[in-house]
Design a protein around this ligand. Structure first.
Ligand code: ADP
Ligand code: MG
Length: 255
């Protein structure tokens, strides 16, 4: 079936178990928000799905359209249609933004097929206009000297150009003022559709006013502890994460 499926995922780093039996299913075409307090393992989840080498998966599976991707390199997962927008995008001095994106798009084409420059730039400019990014951003080094908001827009620009089947957006709202948040949300909403599943990770409800999710999941202590519709986010906003923690059986999760 067409979905990103996470089954009983256990992940450790430096002998500390961060994800402790996490289950989640994101069918293509749906937007699933994962909310949770700081330190609950949200970024760990996103990095493990993308293939970060520092984390050890001790149990479980990550299935992309039925295929287990654990063990595959990050670039293989990317070419299979997975995209991760980082919570903290890296700067790449000396590599222009346009060349970086062009190389990534080229890497997705079949062997021997050359990306057509005019077509590439036409599409790049169209997506940059959508994200209200001035043309000067094509020539600047990737994220170097970009403001927090500009870096987040640049992540969404990459997503728009790579056209993934599944996108994980890790706190794309953090560090954004309200105007930038609206622009980024518009960009994401424009990409929504039947061919894209989105895992939207956020700490705050505010983002979900602009990108309205189909489902909301609450993550505490490395597990999904509650799932519901978009109204669950409002309940969390009103009551805080403590009301979820109090309802948990296991005292260890409440720390
Ligand atoms: P969230 O994104 O929900 O705030 P993280 O996934 O960033 O949570 O972190 C979850 C826990 O894992 C935290 O206690 C954090 O300190 C720990 N952790 C994450 N990455 C590392 C790492 N590289 N080395 C050691 N501990 C880590
Ligand atoms: Mg995080």
């Amino acid at each position: 079936m067409s979905a990103l499926v996470i089954k009983d995922l256990h992940v450790s780093i430096a002998d500390k178990e961060i994800l402790r039996g996490l289950n989640l299913e994101i069918p293509k075409g749906e937007v699933h928000a994962v909310m949770g307090p700081n330190g609950s393992g949200k970024s760990t989840l996103s990095k493990v799905i993308a293939g970060h080498p520092d984390y050890t998966v001790t149990r479980g599976e990550v299935l992309l359209d039925g295929k287990n991707v654990l063990g595959l390199e990050p670039d293989e997962r990317s070419r299979m249609g997975l995209f991760l927008a980082f919570q903290y995008p890296l700067e790449i001095p000396g590599v222009s933004n346009a060349n970086f994106i062009r190389a990534a798009v080229q890497a997705r084409l079949p062997e021997g097929e050359e990306l057509e420059a005019t077509e590439f730039y036409a599409k790049l400019y169209e997506k940059m206009d959508l994200l209200e990014m001035p043309r000067a951003f094509t020539a600047r080094s990737v994220n170097e000297g970009f403001s927090g908001g500009e870096k987040k827009r640049n992540e969404i620009l990459q997503m728009a150009m790579l056209e993934p089947s599944y996108a994980i957006l890790d706190e794309t709202d953090s560090g954004l003022d309200i105007d930038a948040l609206k622009v980024v949300s518009n960009g994401v909403n424009a990409l929504r559709g039947p061919n894209l599943g989105i895992l939207l990770i956020t700490h705050y409800q505010r983002l979900l006013d602009y990108i309205v999710p189909d489902y909301v999941h609450v993550m505490v202590g490395g597990r999904i502890v509650q799932s519901g519709g978009k109204e669950l986010a409002l309940e969390l906003e009103a009551k805080g994460y403590d009301f979820i923690r109090e309802g948990l059986e296991e005292p260890a999760l409440a720390s």
